[in-house]
Design a protein around this ligand. Structure first.
Ligand code: AOY
Length: 478
């Protein structure tokens, strides 16, 4: 064995251990394995397909297998299994006959497409009859698309709720792209996860503090600047002035950021006192003067029961700064003062907060949300029940439908045959057993033999994923 460190970008090590042994397990005479990915159900009835392009570019595009990687994997698996079950011959064949390019073909729905659960989202098959086991070697990697897909789906569902309340209680939907700001970088399990999840949120929104997500959208989806932020305080920049110095800290924020938006976390000691006495009395004239130049102070509570705190903060601020009724009869703070609630924000709590605000006649215009853990981390593969299953094989030259149908859970039954995703009369439908109409199939070749065949820009992904009330086009497959 050479050096102890091991290459972190070896695709031969990006699979589950048991898959290393699967080339010995298919029926003799198997020349094709065809598998597909679907969401079997879950929390939301439709999902945003997003993130496959990242995985393909990071792991599968180009000659990704080399002699060194094969040697490294062979030595690794010898130690791991205590026996030689690594398919060195198979991988050497891929190196020699395919120049180290992975001989699979992937058909996928366009990124950003909104598809009801229980439909095929992509299919994978080997392009060389000598290596049918390669199709499921990459299940482990490809199923990780569950994460960006689920983040984008959950984020979009929150966009729909916020849009509904803006429609009911605000003059317009203008502020919507900035109404759910990503605070989730620190709560992510890794920089890479924050990058992928952060990019997935940006499919739906424009506000983020997760810089890794912007970097990801730029590198993998060609977007120059996918997200924006504003100057904002954290507790340390306020509490370092001491408890008696909070007003000084607030005043300093207004002085250092005299223009545009500035956000100030205001719950360090007593959010009620901060709103009523500090912002509402001591700094009131400064805030109003700043507002005359078209600049906005955003006050951030950060503790307590979110709905209770938000409406109480709005009420206190309205007593100090006044309110106007908008075109729909809902109360609005003056345009130079807004609130951002970034604590305890999830799909569930956003509804509760906006509903409480509406009951008390507060427009959703007054508030922006920040979300961290629930946006990027409180999700798993079961949130949308993501799975990759074999549905078709060619064995001894015979095309064969393949499926599972466990008596112990029929929800886990899988589809049969070659699949197509048909879009017809505004609806998606998966057609099984190769009976689909190619003219209606919206799955498109995106990868073949190491080549990326189709690249999606962030712009087109965003346009496809747009919520229906904001959508221009009615043709969802476009
Ligand atoms: N950011 C809007 C801009 C961002 C943040 C990031 C964790 C911001 C706070 C704010 O106004 O208050 C990570 C917590 C907060």
């Amino acid at each position: 064995m050479a050096a102890v460190p091991i290459c972190m970008d070896n695709a031969l090590l990006v699979t589950d251990s048991y898959k290393v042994t699967h080339h010995l397990q298919y029926p003799p005479g198997t020349t094709t394995v065809y598998s597909y990915f679907e969401c079997r159900g879950g929390k939301f009835p439709e999902v945003v397909f997003f993130g496959l392009q990242y995985l393909l570019k990071k792991w599968l595009v180009g000659p990704v297998i080399s002699r060194e990687k094969i040697v490294e994997a062979k030595e690794f698996y010898k130690l791991h299994f205590g026996q030689d079950c690594f398919n060195e011959e198979g991988w050497n064949y891929i190196l020699k006959e395919h120049g180290g390019r992975i001989p699979i073909r992937i058909h996928a729905v366009a990124e950003g497409t909104i598809v009801p659960v229980k439909n095929v989202l992509f299919s994978v098959e080997n392009t060389d009859p000598k290596v049918p086991w390669i199709t499921n070697w990459f299940e482990t990697l490809l199923v990780q698309v569950w994460y960006p897909l689920t983040v984008a789906t959950n984020s979009r569902a929150q966009k729909e709720i916020i849009a509904k309340y803006l429609l009911e209680t605000a003059d317009n939907l203008q502020g919507l792209p900035f109404k759910l700001h990503d605070f989730g970088f620190r709560g992510s399990t890794s920089v890479e996860s924050a990058a992928i999840g952060g990019a997935a949120h940006l499919v739906n929104f424009m506000g983020t503090d997760t810089i890794a997500g912007i970097v990801c959208a730029r590198k993998y989806y060609g977007c120059k600047m996918a997200g924006n932020s504003i100057p904002a305080a954290e507790h340390s920049t306020i509490t370092s002035w001491g408890k008696s110095g909070e007003a000084h800290a607030f005043r300093n924020m207004l002085e250092k950021f005299p223009k545009g938006l500035v956000a100030v976390v205001s719950d360090s000691y007593d959010i009620w006192n901060a709103c009523e006495k500090v912002w509402g009395q001591e700094l009131r004239d400064l805030v109003i003067k700043r507002g005359k130049g078209g600049n906005t102070l955003v006050i951030r509570p950060d503790s307590g029961e979110p709905a209770d705190v938000v409406v109480k903060v709005l009420t206190i601020l309205s007593k100090a700064f006044g309110v106007v009724k908008n075109s729909k009869g809902f109360k609005q703070l003056p345009p130079y003062i807004r609130v951002i609630q970034g604590d305890g924000i999830s799909y569930e709590s956003i509804t509760a907060i906006l509903e409480r605000m509406k009951k008390l006649e507060w427009s959703a215009e007054n508030i922006t949300f920040g979300s961290g853990g629930a946006l990027l981390q409180r999700l798993d593969r079961d949130t949308q029940k993501c799975a990759y299953k074999c549905s078709y094989a060619v064995i001894d030259g015979k095309p064969t439908n393949v499926f599972k149908q466990p008596v112990t859970d029929l929800g886990k039954k899988s589809k049969k045959g070659r699949l197509s995703l048909e879009y017809d009369h505004g609806k998606y439908r998966t057609v099984e057993e190769g009976k689909g109409d190619p003219a209606k199939d919206v799955l498109m070749p995106v990868f073949e033999n190491g080549k990326l065949l189709r690249e999606f820009t962030f712009e087109e992904i965003r346009a496809r994923a747009e919520i229906s009330i904001l959508k221009q086009s009615t043709n969802k497959s476009k």
